[in-house]
Design a protein around this ligand. Sequence first.
Ligand SMILES: [Zn+2]
Length: 367
Amino acid sequence: MQRPRVKTAHRPQRVGEDRVRIGGRVYGIAAEIKDPHGRVWAMLNALDGTRTVDQVVSHLVHRFPDLTEDEVRSGLDQLIEAGYVTDAVAPDPEVLTERETERYSRSRAFFEWVDLVPRENGWHAQHRLRETKAILVGVGGTGGAAALALAGSGIGWLHCVEPDVVELSNLNRQILYTERDIGRPKVEAAVERLQALNSDIAVTGGDARVTGPDMLADLIRRFDLLILCADQPAEIRSWANIACMRTGTPWVYGGYHGPQVTAGIYRPGTGPCYECIRVGAAERREQGPPLTEYSVADDEPRIHPANAVSAGVSGNLVAHLAISSITGAPGVPPNRVFGFNLARPDHSFVLDAGEPHERCPACGVTP
Ligand SMILES: [Zn+2]
């Protein structure tokens, strides 16, 4: 690091006389440091991007004669390791064009804020996105919102897979499409719309209908990430789990159950899989009293309750997990499901099996 500078979004505050808060004020990013002698505060104020590391050290040693150079260097290293400091003179990577650096300037600022891993320069996450080939299966409500977020964010190549055509009843939630698209293959309209949003990325499409794990494994093999937004047929997430374990492909999925939105993130081989969580949940249900389903005949056609909000939150959450999986900014831990309840916006939850389930049909070891 040549000229260390505290990240703009992480500018510190002095709290009372003996503490410093760094990292802004957002939970998960900010931290408090004890500083009874004002040394940390002085160091942070020296990290304005105008001094070299040696100049910072001599500045601090001069101001606090009882400090050694090694102590100052160690303190600075800790701040850098914690992700609060960037290099003010790091050159922009040559792989991004001038148009891209202008286009993604807000993304860079966002990633720099949420990324607590030290990087060579602030464009790390954007560069990773640009290099990524992702396949998105199911371009409906969730998938359309996810695709818009990922295309806008500059994912390098987005391949969309969707066999259906646009219908009027889709338009309450599938914001990728317009009335002019009714009757068109969704994938055709999706590619056109996404490419119009961002012509600097590659967007392609296919109209395949997923029929099983073998077919899905063949489909995803050449991609870095699967984004599963289809919820039909009912087994499709189990198929994705098998296909991704076989190909070693990280994957994310999302959907909703009425107002309850969920999104999962998995990295095969690094912890419990999708089925581990499912098996554990089924076992917990079996331990409770038996359940009897309501037997009144239902003549109403079965529809999936959803609106633009539930689909949008679901799709954007999926896109967030996809971006996290690709860039590590922020580093969301994988192999779990995140849920958010629109009926009670103060209620969110995590499904985390902790360890692979011993009776998981996909990855567990049966004793
Ligand atoms: Zn498993």
